[in-house]
Write a protein that binds this ligand. Structure first.
Ligand code: SAH
Length: 341
């Protein structure tokens, strides 16, 4: 793994200034470097307003590798753009830029691969490789925006990986992308999705960030949840919902629960009732996702419209998520670490 101090793209502006000060450089040099990074010039040799000697010293002290576009797909249906990015060490991850009426949102990956093993998700199929650094996550946002020409106003950490398992780098990424001297993306325009790591949800509550937390629930009862999400064996629903209720109390930010509807698994009326009770306890909102088909899986989508009706009658605040980029396998649960060969 890479040493965070040496990874220049992961440094906050004030840390960059300190690092250059330690090299005997004036603050305006840090500003110049920061400006190049922000423009996507991720090659010290091309930072033309720096003296040649400084450029080569920077190249010795730090590593900096821009992600390479290994594949780009544009949805004919809705203009969604999906990238497969090649990282410095040969790993690859996907990001997706989605067009909404209120602006463009990029969905980024937080790990190369995933170890959570949810049975309905393609991201888990090729195993886990490593955590991404904050700078790599930032590069997904910056380079997706630059290459697509679509200005990004929102971010969702809903791509490959479990963001709360890569806690430190994810928090660093949030501070980087939110920084006024950086991309300056508002916390309220950022969502982070977790499969439900309870200690980290509690820790996140203490960070005082105005982001939106999404929790992948997918079943209101332990028995069902354990059959589709291995994490459910570690934390039962009671423990998870307690943490979510406390999260709301502390942050006053409503949690958005994700629920991919699977026919015959989690779409029964008694499950709708149980789900409604859980949501009341947390003051949460339900995001119903029509299950996306994943190769090699026999699970089939449930009827989202009628399940949503059932929930509404029970007083649940529910929306059915739109499927963007389905024709290019860019929808929820369809992102993979690498193209299957
Ligand atoms: N590891 C995090 C981040 C992934 S977010 C998490 O689990 O929340 C991706 C969202 O898409 C999660 O809610 C995930 O459960 C959901 N998802 C995965 N596979 C899906 C599928 N085949 N159809 C619909 N949603 C899916």
């Amino acid at each position: 793994m890479q040493d965070a101090q040496k990874d220049i793209a992961s440094l906050l502006p004030e840390e960059l200034t300190a690092a250059l000060r330690d090299m005997g450089e004036a603050p305006f040099r840090a500003k110049q470097v920061g400006d190049w990074l922000k423009k996507g010039v991720w090659d010290f040799g091309e930072m033309r307003n720096l003296p040649a000697a400084l450029r080569s010293r920077l190249a010795e002290e730090f590593h900096l590798t821009p992600p390479r576009v290994l594949r780009k797909q544009v949805s004919q249906a809705d203009g969604t753009v999906k990238y497969l990015w090649g990282l410095g060490d040969g790993n690859a991850v996907e990001s997706v830029v989605m067009r909404y009426s209120y602006g463009n949102t990029v969905c980024i990956s937080s790990q190369a691969g995933c170890r959570q093993g949810c049975v309905f998700c393609a991201s888990t199929g090729l195993g886990f490789k490593r955590d991404l650094t904050a700078g790599e996550m930032l590069s997904e946002v910056l380079f997706s925006q630059m290459d697509s020409g679509m200005p990004v106003t929102g971010i969702v950490l809903m791509g490959i990986g479990e963001p709360l398992e890569n806690y430190k780098q994810v928090i660093r990424f949030l501070r980087l992308v939110n920084h006024p001297q950086g991309m300056n993306i508002g916390m309220r325009h950022i969502s982070l999705s977790t499969c439900g790591l309870v200690p980290e949800i509690r820790r996140l509550a203490e960070e005082d960030l105005q982001l939106t937390l999404s929790v992948s629930l997918h079943a209101p009862d332990d028995e069902t949840r354990k059959t589709i999400m291995p994490i459910a064996r570690k934390f039962d629903i009671e423990t998870l919902i307690d943490a979510c209720a406390d999260y709301f109390k502390r942050t006053q930010r409503r949690i958005s629960f994700e629920y991919a509807l699977i026919r015959g698994v989690n779409d029964a009326p008694w499950q709708a009732e149980k789900l409604a009770a859980l949501l009341r306890r947390t003051h949460g909102h339900l995001n119903l996702i029509p299950l996306n088909r994943v190769e090699g899986s026999s699970l089939i989508p449930g009827d989202a419209k009628s399940f949503a009706e059932m929930l509404k009658k029970l007083g649940v605040n529910v929306t059915v998520r739109r499927r963007l980029g389905a024709d290019i396998d860019a929808a929820c649960g369809q992102l993979r670490r690498k193209e299957a060969t």
